[in-house]
Design a protein around this ligand. Sequence first.
Ligand code: NI
Length: 390
Amino acid sequence: MPDFIQEAEALFAYTRALRRDFHMHPELGFQEVRTAGIVAKELNQLGLEVSTGIAETGVVAMIEGGKPGPVVLCRFDMDALPITEETGKDYASTNPGVMHACGHDGHTAIGLTVAHLLHQHREDLAGTVKLVFQPAEEGLGGAERMVKEGVLEGPRPDYSLSLHLWNEKPYGLIGVTPGPAMAAAESFEITITGKGAHGASPHQGLDPILAAAQVITALQSIVSRNVRPLEAAVVSVTAIEGGTTHNVIPPDVKMKGTIRSYLPEVRELVHRRFGEIVKGVSASMGCEAEYVIFDITPAVVNDAGMAAHVQGVVQRLLPADGLETDYRTMGAEDMAYMMDDIPGCYFFVGSANDEQGLNYGHHHPKFDFDERALPKAAALMAAAAADLLK
Ligand code: NI
């Protein structure tokens, strides 16, 4: 097996230059035209078969091994966020109001580095690597759309791999967890309708603000009283809007929020109790409630065998690094759509560095990460793929 760590370190200047260039020129989901252009150009220069324009700006490239064998999909997301950057770095965003605040600039650079690493050893691969550069991961449905446009066909992958640079963990720590690793996510909208009245005459109205307050409180009982204590779920009301002034009881209140869970049965339970509480508590206050729950993404569930495989790669390549085998987050990732019925592993590469102030959370205007994680991530991904094609 080649020394992918050493080879990735040798490419560090290339990887970092790409990452900083992407960072300076962030693009929102489905608008990654410049980014996708660079990705396609770099992949073309390696002589790979490249397809562009999948789900608007998605790019797919094939690395054909010297021998026949299975197909491994490696996926990297490319989009940025509608955030104004406050890092003050010399490679900060030059696109006002748009920022790579999640590290997808790093992921894209890692993907191109993986292309180099595996291309160099293509003769030794028994099978095919399908490199997928995905648009619009940030809640816009890029993965689902790529799947609809055939990314899982021609050829169909046998295995899938993906990763995230992760500031919730320090540099030097890798998280590879069998089973659920990231949550199923839904968003919801509630409208509670009562009857408006003068603020001094509440008895003449049906107060939707009081009903909303009761609903919010009662929703907290789902996780604390209904979900089994050892299972995970989140119900967060994150927006509330009702009323205009101090002496008017408004006719309605609107709320928004998110639901997270790992297991389908927990998800079903939460949805059922959510509906019962929203409707029932509102009705008990004389109000009517309507709600809609929108799917965002299913849970990211790592195949046990694939997780064990990647854990083995981490232990072999980075024996001095920490390996966490039970790290999960209630964050969501649309990679779930590409792992749905393909055994896969989604792993986390620790990228925070407290001493250098590189420890802001994902989606923070001061988010930045320890770039030494880039070659590690690329080497792990390349080795994990190559090991499946021995
Ligand atoms: Ni992300």
